[in-house]
Design a protein around this ligand. Structure first.
Ligand code: ATP
Length: 591
């Protein structure tokens, strides 16, 4: 009976002690018939289904007010005014319940099943007429509810249960009620971390006890709570923490995706375990194209890339694709993505979460067939911190936000739902901005695709090395050009076009078309970084690395007033880089 549940809810609401709350939950669980336990657990957590199913009860307050008014026979505005005073629609419902219009009619006692099923119907009502239908269903419950029951029916409906029971408290209570005591808590938490579904865990425990929980298994389609990293900011300390040797992976600046693959479908979950498959149809397709598996769970980072240069874009770009319900196809073209896979958790009925990281990585490499859009995260193994710092600089120059340092130890298992030192994030702490613009010379261009077909996707730009009289590349710039710019550029550059790389150009990149150094334009970037692919001041700061402008953008200024030799020199770019480092140092000292 719902009335018994409500009685315990009242006591939970009244208590100020965490332990007492757990005891009350234990009582609630023990008094609940086994067939109802999943429903009770969901309702107590204020949900109907695990979050990853994306089914929300979500009755708007206005509808709640309407239902209370209708059942009590009072006008809407009176209910609304009372709600303004109480600030809790549940309490308002309780108050108005005493004057119920149909109080004299025969009422049927509310069962948990009835409550749950009605809420379920409310959550699924869509389309025309659904508002009326929701109000009607809610009225049906309120008509048969006592004052206290009305309070919780309405609170649940509008998503403000106010019990403050956390998932972890429910797990504590389940361990005591079904697992024999607190000692069983770890097993329950593990089951929850592997399934992200409290109701499912509760049902398994109700039917099979601790034994069932201990043999809990991963199921493809049910998201696993993600393993999280600790953060440290000193390379030496990081390596020491991991025993002197560790794997370094690029830390891509995008959205974490957990992909569940079966023979006929790919489901994608976010870091918060929402099902985001429909928001990223391209990611699902790329994944199916690349993976040679029929039953697996993998994790990776989904990063936005520049449609013309394929260079990685910072997080802000991918965030435009998040939470979208409309124009999804359009956005997939506007903000294309690449996937960088970094872990494998399950493969062909084998749970890999218990395997150490090197084994998971090996298995990952076997199942991912790299394509243009799907790659395995870049990785190297180091045993000294200079190498670690070097790799960090390289990751940043390649558009990442730092590196993830991962333990190679025998205990480096995938700890679902836990934050720990098996993964350490090492991020660039202090970002400094490039405050000056740079005047650079176009020495090459890359053909445009999609909307830019027929024009350039990006220009290869260089600074001038006045000592050697060569032009050294410093970035590939595809941003900041208007449609008008794109139309004019091929024409404007045509007079400077040459059939191969110009003799005065030093470039490791291979452009689609080359130009004699002549055309100068103004660019601003996010910062200057070390880069293995650009030739500006190569080998000066570090062997086989040059300097690059990260996230360059055309300012709109064509410097037709400048000869190429008047462009910024490579030495000036080096000065900008050094000034930036100084700024980082000062910022660090000020922290
Ligand atoms: P956290 O996830 O630790 O709570 P957060 O959401 O702010 O913090 P970050 O601090 O940026 O995220 O770092 C962790 C995230 O880095 C991961 O959740 C994942 O999305 C991302 N990431 C990028 N590259 C990798 C990689 N190679 N291995 C693991 N995670 C990576």
């Amino acid at each position: 009976m719902y009335s018994k549940i409500v009685e315990i809810y009242e006591q939970i609401e009244a208590t100020t002690k965490r332990l007492e709350m757990t005891d009350l939950l234990v009582r609630l669980i023990k008094e609940t018939p086994k067939e109802d336990i999943d429903r009770i657990v969901y309702l107590t957590a204020g949900i109907l289904y695990p979050d990853f199913m994306g089914i929300e009860l979500g009755v708007a307050e206005k509808l709640g007010i309407k239902a209370i008014a209708e059942v009590s026979g009072k006008p809407d505005h009176l209910v609304e005014e009372d709600y303004k005073r109480t600030g809790d629609l549940g309490i308002t419902a309780e108050k108005f319940s005493s004057g119920k219009r149909q109080a004299t009619l025969i009422t049927e006692a509310l069962t948990v099943k009835k409550i749950y099923e009605t809420f379920d119907r409310i959550s699924r009502a869509t389309g025309p007429g659904s508002i009326d239908q929701k109000v009607r269903l809610l009225c049906g419950l309120l008509t048969n509810a006592s004052g206290k029951e009305s309070k919780y029916v309405i609170r649940t409906a509008v998503g403000q249960l106010r019990l403050g029971v956390a998932d972890m408290t429910i797990l504590d209570a389940l361990a005591v009620a079904y697992g024999g005591g607190k000692e069983a808590r770890e097993a329950f938490e593990r089951a929850y971390n592997l399934s992200s579904d409290l109701g499912y865990v509760a049902k398994a425990a109700a039917l099979g006890g601790l034994r069932e929980i201990e043999k809990f298994e991963i199921a493809v389609g049910r998201p696993i709570r993600p393993m999280l990293a600790e953060r440290l900011s000193d390379a030496k300390e990081i390596l020491e923490k991991l025993g002197g040797t560790a794997a370094l992976e690029y830390k891509y600046d995008g959205l974490r995706i957990q992909a569940h693959i079966t023979a006929n479908k790919t489901t994608l979950f976010s870091r918060r375990l929402e099902n985001i498959t429909s928001q990223f149809p391209d990611a699902a397709r790329y994944m199916s194209d690349s993976l040679r598996v029929k039953n697996a769970i993998l994790e990776g980072e989904c990063v936005a890339v520049d449609p013309n240069t394929d260079e990685m874009l910072p997080f802000q770009a991918i965030s435009q694709r998040r939470g979208r319900k409309h124009d999804i196809q359009e956005k997939t073209e506007e903000v294309p993505i690449s996937l960088f896979m970094f872990d494998l958790l399950f493969l062909n009925s084998m749970d890999y979460t218990n395997h150490p990281y090197p084994e998971r990585r090996q298995a990952l490499a076997k199942v991912v067939r790299e394509t243009e859009r799907v790659k395995i995260s870049r990785q190297t193994v180091v045993d000294n911190y200079e190498e670690l710092d070097k790799y960090m600089a390289q990751a940043i120059s390649d558009g990442c936000e730092g590196i993830m340092v991962k333990s190679l130890g025998a205990d480096s298992v995938y700890k679902a739902g836990a934050r720990g030192f098996h993964w350490i994030k090492y991020k660039r702490e202090y970002k400094s901005e490039m405050t000056d613009t740079a005047d650079l010379v176009a020495v090459g261009a890359f053909a445009g695709r999609g909307k830019r077909a027929g024009s350039f996707g990006a220009l290869l730009l260089s600074s001038y090395n006045d000592k050697d009289d060569v032009f050294e590349t410093v970035c590939k710039c595809g941003s900041g050009f208007t449609d008008d710019d794109l139309k004019k550029l091929p024409e404007a550059l045509e007079p400077h076009r040459v059939s191969h790389k110009h003799a005065r150009v030093k470039s490791k990149m291979i452009a689609d078309v080359w130009f004699a150094p002549s055309f100068v334009l103004e660019v601003i970037g996010a910062e200057i970084t070390l880069s293995p692919i650009h030739t500006c001041q190569e080998n000066v700061i570090r062997q086989r690395s040059g300097l690059a402008i990260r996230f360059p953008r055309f300012t709109g200024n064509y410097r037709t007033d400048k000869a190429p030799e008047d462009a910024n020199t490579s030495l000036e770019i080096l000065e900008m880089y050094k000034a930036q480092l100084k700024k980082i140092d000062t910022q660090a000292q000020n922290v």
